[in-house]
Design a protein around this ligand. Sequence first.
Ligand code: PLP
Length: 374
Amino acid sequence: MSAASVGTTGAALREARVDLGAIARNVATIRAAVGVPVMGIVKADGYGHGAIRAAHAQLAGGAEWLGVVELEEAFALRDAGIAVPVLTWLHGPDADFAAGIARHIDIGVNFLEQLEGVAAAVGRAEVHLKVDTGLSRNGAVEADWDALFARAAELERRGAIHVRGVFSHLANTDEDADLEQVAAFERALSLAAERGLDPEVAHLAATCGALAVPESRFGMVRIGIGSYGLSPVPGATSADLGLTPAMTLVARAAAVKRVPAGAGVSYGHTYVTDAATTLVLVPLGYADGIPRHASNAAPVSIAGETFRVSGRVAMDQFVVDVGDAEVRVGDEIVLFGDPAAGVPGAVDWADAAGTIDYEIVTRIGARVPRRYLP
Ligand SMILES: *Cc1c(COP(=O)(O)O)cnc(C)c1O
């Protein structure tokens, strides 16, 4: 990552500040609310916050497990010296399960052929069987549970695998649909027991289910977005849930100028000044993960005042019309952070761009240095 800086001050031209203490506190808050162990999710570079730093913060907050999508992400955690249980659940046909087993990575298994691949790899895998309870993404559909469980039990008796967990994932459609998935998950657990499996941990809920659907907590919850302080619960803000957004995205004004009325701003002139005004150039663009769909819509905060993106977001920059506000080159612009601190939230950018805050923080690009606050 580059550490771009403005001439004499040495301050970063753009940076994502990541409050590691907030991540730890968020996990502790959720852990206390749910009353079951927490798996901290650090896939996709910790939702853009930095996987290793986020993992350490989650563990400091009381997470006992970590979860990532694929084996390579898990190896990076092991390379960093992290020894707690780590689960992975998305594998290509050529996934190196033997390496996963050797490095004590738990393997989520989604279908019979994958189970055979894991069992054939050298060493005894710790397996979590994934059942599809209604999301229709990964995991075995109900018609295939019996065959999957029976075969897993057989492979377990032979010592080729150990079934440590059974898990699934909610669709977060509405409470009724979630409760139907809870019921389906319970059917899966009974069937697994009937086929001779005795998994030590059953887990279904991610952050939203963990906080909003107590019936979905089972033996562990998998907490991603909540640890980063963002709310997946419809109608509830971070503050409502006692969570603190961990990422604050800032840039420094790269240029400031007065323009007359009638000035067209950025590509396509979708914004035209209606009076003489001051334009501030913000050195972040869609290459950095700033959504172009937020053009003419998303808020920024400068010295406590809120303005809007004016004109289109470009690859490396966008413009903000600040009227007659006194802004100088080098002044700090906050795109999003903790709304409790009086700045826009990632959710405001998400609303402006027609997406969710998960996507806003996760897509912040590699050109934006992360600065970690303890
Ligand atoms: C990403 C993911 C999670 C975490 O979800 P959040 O909503 O961020 O808490 C949990 N489980 C699985 C299988 C996931 O893919």
